[in-house]
Design a protein around this ligand. Structure first.
Ligand code: ADP
Ligand code: MG
Length: 726
């Protein structure tokens, strides 16, 4: 075997399991100990400053400048007590990763240094941000971008650094990150939802979106990872024949977790808990070496920060265990990819989940209101939701018969379907008789018991109601959840605002409140019915049926992204104050660029592997065959053609694959050259999608065929069975 692959395998197979962390304490003893959360704030802040932060979290009020100094000093004192030496604004630029630039607390004063951290440093920083993507908003020479403290997400310590969750905006105030529009969308959703709650419950003064993500990922050994240039540069394998044992037996799913992985999980869970991240569930996923992690849900902005943090921590801890985490949506062909289900709901400051049926007819009318408005919002803006989950990785997953289809539909289960039918049938235009109303309300009152009994589940739906929340399943594993949640919160805020207007109009026209609500809900059900689908989302019938219903089925990223800049989307974002047209268009460009750059890198890497690793190996093996044929000829003379027929045929076949690879790599490079000179970002991305990407699969086919033909001893790079089983 080539020494490269052999050494990697040996190293991977002989690793010792190291349990770096085996805490004896209870989780509750150290949970959140590295967070400047409520407990630390109570201890380090004056009443006034504490109150001011709480007001800011709960009501979005501004923190007075004079208090900022006090808060900064308290944060510094707390951080120093924990051994921190540096601080940083921690933000989420549109690269998809998190960003930080550390500064030491130290300031020289006269002759000696002191630790200093002032309000102004807490509130705002100016990182040298010229190389973060801005989609044209901020020309590189005008490099100023500002990060500004987000007091709603608590500061935390990682290593020796105090991290301050922040937004990231341009000099002109345009959002250059995920957090800014997420906070804006949450604020407008709060207002719209509170207004609607007033119909049912006057005590509600705040509504916030909740998010519970489920993070899927793969694990591979570091030595094997480092011998695969494709994994290293693109996060996915660009070639590799199916392992003979893949996931057919489904014996990995919920099976016992391997020791080495448990050691890794234990350590990152420990780190996560110290950071106040409520990670809760861990298990094997369907594919070999695939796993999942889920926390308890939290307010969406905080939960998303926690997801970003967890991904970061997992990567770091994995290295300590000589492992690598793959967050790519489709690291291996032929087995399941990875998603990140976003469980989404709305909660009130009175402790109620608005998407959870209540115990009385009144609370259930409130439930139905939010439930039906969610469906209407998804119906009206399905394309925007599709756009929010578009990236190069997810294109391999959506609609690939293992993940939710690219068609957005909503699953609600048979019982809620029946309730909606009943509303359509029984609600009349205008006034209901007292009897009719009592009857309807009684039926609605039965919802909770129905749902508790109801084990209705549909794994094939991209957007499913699962009892007390919607589960947006089409989100990709590598993504920042904010893209999806910004879209959801914005369209829901818009929808609830419309709903209030519609209901108020009927009330002004003389209907009582319940009649008005029932009437509008009935209308909404009727006009959004065609987004509801209870069947198998993976089936061909659904693709045909969805087309008949006029639902879109956008398979690839560039056209999917167009929904961001449709008049309808721009209008909603603008009206709700979530993003200006300039911000939306910039985001669209960044996503397109990100898309074609990913494919460009994949094409380069595959071209390199094919020419520099695969073809030389094929030739080596071919030479062995030729030597063998020559030997046979020496022994058998003219009979050799018959005796060595298989070898001769193999020599021919290998040559044909070699020349196919060479040609296709050449044409792929030509296609790239052509695409690269296109100025228009959209056309540029489309060229990569339609003209470059197909070569990846075509070249792969020849490489994978050679893998099956060539002596295993000669094959230079780890195979699927090795990557997936060690
Ligand atoms: P299931 O098994 O039905 O998917 P779980 O209770 O295991 O449900 O929850 C799965 C995910 O859904 C978890 O991440 C959890 O935090 C999240 N979740 C549960 N309730 C809510 C809610 N009200 N809002 C947001 N996420 C939620
Ligand atoms: Mg789930």
């Amino acid at each position: 075997m080539t020494t490269f692959r052999k050494e990697a395998l040996e190293r991977a197979l002989t690793r010792a399991v190291t349990f770096n962390h085996d805490a004896k304490e209870k989780i509750s003893d150290y949970f959140g100990c590295n967070v400047f959360g409520k407990k630390a704030m109570k201890q380090y802040l004056s009443e006034e400053a504490y109150h001011s932060i709480m007001e800011s979290i709960n009501k979005g009020t501004k923190i007075e400048y004079k208090l900022a100094d006090q808060i900064a000093t308290a944060m510094k004192t707390w951080a120093l007590s924990k051994g921190a030496t540096h601080y940083t604004h921690w933000f989420q630029p549109l690269t998809g990763a998190t960003a930080e630039k550390h500064d030491a607390f130290i300031t020289p004063l006269d002759d000696f240094p002191i630790e200093k951290f002032e309000g102004s440093q807490l509130i705002q920083q100016e990182p040298d941000a010229s190389s973060f993507p801005s989609g044209g908003i901020r020309a590189t020479f005008e490099a100023r971008g500002y990060s500004a403290w987000d007091p709603t997400s608590p500061a935390f310590i990682i290593g020796d650094t105090l991290c301050i969750p922040s937004i990231f905006i341009s000099y002109t105030g345009d959002a250059l990150d995920y957090k800014t529009p997420l906070l804006r969308a949450s604020a407008v959703l709060d207002k719209a939802a509170v207004d609607v709650c007033q119909y049912f419950d006057k005590n509600v003064t705040k509504v916030y979106a909740t998010l519970g993500w489920e993070q899927e990922y793969f694990i591979v050994d570091e030595a094997l990872f480092n011998t695969r240039p494709d994994l290293m540069s693109t996060g996915r394998t660009l070639f590799g024949h199916d392992a003979s044992k893949g996931q057919q037996l489904e014996d990995h799913y919920f099976g016992s977790i391997p020791e080495r992985v448990i050691a890794f999980m234990k350590e990152f869970e420990f780190e996560a808990w110290k950071l106040g991240i409520p990670v809760k569930t861990r298990h094997n996923e369907v594919a070999p070496n695939q796993f999942e992690l889920a926390p308890v849900f939290e307010e969406a902005n905080l939960s998303n920060d926690h997801n970003q943090l967890v991904m970061d921590i997992m990567g770091k801890i994995a290295k300590r265990h000589h492992l690598r985490v793959l967050f790519h949506e489709k690291p291996f062909a032929g087995i399941n990819g990875s998603g990140k289900h976003n469980n989404w709901s709305l909660a009130t400051d009175t402790g109620k989940n608005l998407l959870s049926p209540g115990k009385t007819p009144k609370t259930n009318l409130q439930f139905l209101t939010f439930f039906i408005n969610s469906i209407k919002a998804v119906h009206d803006h399905a394309d925007l939701l599709r756009a929010s989950i578009a990236n190069a990785g997810n294109d391999h997953r959506l609609g690939a018969n293992e993940a939710p289809p690219a068609i957005i539909s909503v699953f609600i289960g048979t019982h809620l379907t029946a309730i909606l039918e009943e509303i359509i049938k029984k609600v009349k235009k205008g006034k209901l008789s007292p009897d009719e109303k009592t009857n309807l309300k009684l039926n609605i009152g039965k919802i909770p018991s129905i749902i508790i009994d109801n084990t209705d589940r549909n794994r094939t739906s991209p957007f499913a109601f699962t009892g007390s929340k919607f589960e947006f399943r089409a989100v990709g594993s590598s993504m920042n959840c904010a893209a999806a949640i910004i879209a959801l919160n914005a369209i829901m805020a818009n929808q609830l605002t419309e709903f209030k207007k519609d209901v108020d109009t009927l009330i002004e026209g003389g209907l009582d409140k319940d009649d008005a609500v029932f009437n509008i809900l009935r209308n909404y059900i009727l006009c959004s019915k065609n987004i509801l689908f209870e069947g198998n989302g993976y089936s061909d019938e659904w693709i045909r049926e969805a087309a008949k219903r006029g639902l879109s089925n956008i398979k690839t990223t560039p056209p999917a992204l167009n929904a961001y800049i449709s008049e309808k989307s721009k209008k909603v974002f603008k009206k709700m104050g979530v993003m200006t047209e300039r911000e939306v268009v910039a985001r669209y460009h960044i996503k397109l660029e990100n898309y074609y750059k990913k494919i460009q890198i994949e094409a380069r890497v595959l071209g390199d592997i094919a020419i520099n690793h695969i073809i030389p190996t094929a030739i080596k093996y071919q030479n062995l065959l030729i030597e063998n044929v020559n030997g046979i000829r020496k022994i058998f003379g003219d009979d050799y053609k018959k005796i060595a027929a298989t070898q001769i045929e193999s020599v021919r076949e290998i040559s044909s694959h070699i020349s196919a690879i060479k040609n296709k790599v050449h044409y792929m490079i030509e296609a790239r050259k052509k695409a690269n000179i296109i100025e228009d970002t959209y056309e540029h991305a489309v060229q990569y999608c339609e003209k470059v990407k197909p070569y990846l699969d075509e070249i792969r086919f020849h490489v994978d065929t050679l893998e099956l033909m060539i002596d295993d001893e000669l094959w230079p790079l780890p195979k699927y069975r090795e990557l997936l089983s060690i």
